[in-house]
Structure formats: structure tokens, C-alpha cells
Design a protein around this ligand. Structure first.
Ligand code: PHE
Length: 354
């Protein structure tokens, strides 16, 4: 009896988990367990033997059951302790905040331009950044010998020996989209074309890649007066204050007459204020679309005329948001982006009233 007791208590004490414990219970005190079988043998004993063996076996059974229960509780406690240790969570820790990205000033101003011109009836037209040199130059009345080609510091695409396709360039301005719009739509037209352009140039106000927005309006009787109204309307909406423009006679091969447009501004302690004072800042090139350009676009210059303009998006972004250096626009410096970037919720709005 003592051997049995020692054996089972030892086994129970060593059980590693609840299922091992359950196996031991079945083997010891289950219906066919060792102790149960011993109890059946009581029948074969003499009454004297039974009087000693019976209570002893019952006591053994109780002890084993008690040991099983105690071990089961201990295993349960250990499991709970382990869970509490591994699943412990410090609810007082500060949350891990995630930084939201910002909208780049170029994207913001791009959207602002689109919204304002869309309100005046202009639709967005886009063209390729790798452009056929016919679209970038010839169709815009810039033949190959023309000095404007050299002035634009053009990036030419590499051509393998024997490649006889017409040369391709990284477009130097958004004006080729004028031709594509004319070809695609015919007259009348009201489009703006925001996009990337490329010139080999690099200093505080020039980067080899920058952004322009082209404007094109073709109809039977469009004049420079319409151009001036459109631009003043645009600048006033964009800067949120009435802005005067000054047209200076200029020259572009693709417009005749041509004008460079300045906006009214004041210099105050090193910063510009648009719409005040009596200084002027050049912001775009414009003019009446040259008859040869209309022709290249498949539009009859005897029946249709219109204006075009090209404006630097980055440039007007610098002016509106007081950003001093253009190069920083494209450095991908997170500190700059966080400082000058816009929340995704700052949706561009049109000027109220007026
Ligand atoms: N394409 C010219 C430039 O990049 C701007 C321009 C566009 C001028 C349309 C006149 C008309 O400088």
C-alpha cells in the first residue's frame, strides 16, 4: 500500500500538464485503474483482511484524488501566471502616433490652378514628357536653325546608331500640348495643361525639371483683352486679392503679338507681397497663337484665333507660400516637406464672392 501511494504521488507530482494528469487519474483511480482493481480484490479476502485493507484502500484513493486535485489547481495557476506574464500590456504607455504625409506645394498649386481655370471653363489636357521634337519645336514655329532651340538648353534622348526615328526630347515647355489639343479636338478650345518640363539649368530659381501650366483658348473672336481678363481673374483668385497685371511686348516664335506678363507686388523686408505696391514681377509668357501654329494643329487661321500662355507652377508656388529656393522643392528633405507641405484636408477652394 505504501509503495502504491509513493509511486502515484510521485507520478502526479511530476505531471507536466493537465492531459498527463488526466492519464494518471485514469490509470490510478479510473474504472480499470490500479487502485480500483485492488478494491475489487477485497471480495476475495477474508473479513479480517478486508477490515484492514478496505479503509486503507479508500484512504489511498482519497489521497490520490486529493493529490490530483491539488496538482490540477497548481498546473492551472502556473498556466495563468504564464499568460499574465506573456500577455501583459501596459495600457498607460503613450500611443505610437503615425505621421501623416503632406501634399507637396507643387501638387497643391497644380490643383489650385486646375480648380480656378476649370471654374472659367478650361478643361485639363495632358501630353507626354518625352516629346517628339516636331511637337516641341517645329509645330510651334521653331525650325531647327532657330536660336530658341539653343536657348532652351534641351535634353535630347539618346538614339542608338541606325535609329532613324525623329529625335525625341524631354519637353522644354508645355506648349507642345497646344498642338496635341488642337489635333485632338479642333476648334473651339479652352484647355490648360499643367505638367513637368525639363531644361539643363540649375541655380536658386532654376532646376532641370520644373512645372508649367499652359493655357490655350481658341475661338472665332478671342483677343488679347480676353487673355488679360483671364489672367487677372486667375491671379486674383489664386492670391486671394485683386492683382494688377502689366503686359510687356516680347517675342515667342509661337505667338504674335507676344507679351511677357508681370504681376503687381511690393517688396517688404526681403519678402514679396503680391497685389500691393508698385513693383512688378514677371510670371509668364503669352500672346496670340501664331497662324503657323494653328495650321500645324490642323486649325484654319483664317477662321479661328486665340491666346496662349505658359506659366511656372513652382514660381507662383514660391510667391504665394513664401518659399525662397526652388532647388529645395525637389530635394525630398522631410523637414522641408513637413514645413511647406499641405494637409490632405486643405482642399483648394475658389476665392469667395466676387
Ligand atoms: N512656352 C513658353 C516658355 O516656356 C511660354 C509661353 C507659352 C509663351 C505660351 C507664350 C505662349 O517660356
Amino acid at each position: 500500500m505504501d509503495d502504491l501511494k509513493a509511486k502515484w504521488l510521485q507520478l502526479i507530482g511530476a505531471a507536466g500538464d493537465e492531459s498527463a494528469l488526466e492519464d494518471l487519474r485514469v490509470q490510478a483511480v479510473g474504472k480499470k485503474g490500479e487502485v480500483s482493481l485492488k478494491m475489487r480484490e477485497l471480495g476475495k479476502m477474508t473479513p479480517e483482511e478486508r477490515q484492514i485493507a478496505g479503509p486503507a484502500l479508500n484512504a489511498l484513493k482519497d489521497e490520490i484524488n486529493a493529490a490530483l486535485a491539488a496538482k490540477k489547481a497548481a498546473l492551472g495557476d502556473a498556466a495563468l501566471d504564464e499568460r499574465l506574464r506573456s500577455e501583459w500590456l501596459d495600457v498607460t504607455l503613450p500611443g505610437r502616433t503615425r505621421r501623416a504625409g503632406t501634399i507637396h506645394p507643387v501638387s497643391q498649386v497644380w490643383e489650385e490652378c486646375t480648380a480656378i481655370f476649370a471654374d472659367m471653363g478650361f478643361a485639363v489636357a495632358e501630353g507626354p514628357q518625352v516629346e517628339d521634337d516636331w511637337y516641341n519645336f517645329d509645330a510651334l514655329n521653331i525650325p531647327s536653325h532657330h536660336p530658341a532651340r539653343a536657348e532652351m538648353d534641351t535634353f535630347y534622348m539618346h538614339r542608338a546608331a541606325g535609329d532613324n526615328r525623329p529625335p525625341h526630347v524631354l519637353r522644354t515647355h508645355t506648349s507642345p500640348v497646344q498642338i496635341r489639343s488642337m489635333q485632338a479636338e479642333g476648334a473651339p478650345i479652352r484647355t490648360i495643361s499643367p505638367g513637368r518640363v525639363y531644361r539643363a539649368d540649375y541655380d536658386q530659381t532654376h532646376t532641370p525639371m520644373f512645372h508649367q501650366v499652359e493655357g490655350l483658348a481658341i475661338d472665332r473672336d478671342i483677343s488679347m483683352a480676353n487673355l488679360k481678363w483671364c489672367l487677372e481673374e486667375f491671379f486674383s483668385a489664386y492670391f486671394g486679392t485683386a492683382v494688377k497685371t502689366r503686359f510687356r511686348a516680347s517675342h515667342f516664335p509661337f505667338t504674335e503679338p507676344s507679351a511677357e506678363v508681370d504681376i503687381q507686388c511690393a517688396w517688404e523686408g526681403g519678402t514679396v507681397k503680391v497685389g500691393e505696391g508698385d513693383d512688378w514681377l514677371e510670371v509668364l509668357g503669352s500672346g496670340m497663337v501664331h497662324p503657323k501654329v494653328l495650321q500645324a494643329g490642323g486649325i484654319d487661321p483664317a477662321a479661328w484665333q486665340g491666346f496662349a500662355f505658359g506659366m511656372g507652377i513652382d514660381r507662383i508656388a514660391m510667391l504665394k507660400y513664401g518659399i525662397p529656393d526652388l532647388r529645395a522643392f525637389f530635394d525630398s528633405d522631410l523637414r522641408w516637406l513637413r514645413h511647406y507641405g499641405f494637409s490632405a484636408l486643405q482642399v483648394p477652394t475658389l476665392r469667395g464672392g466676387v
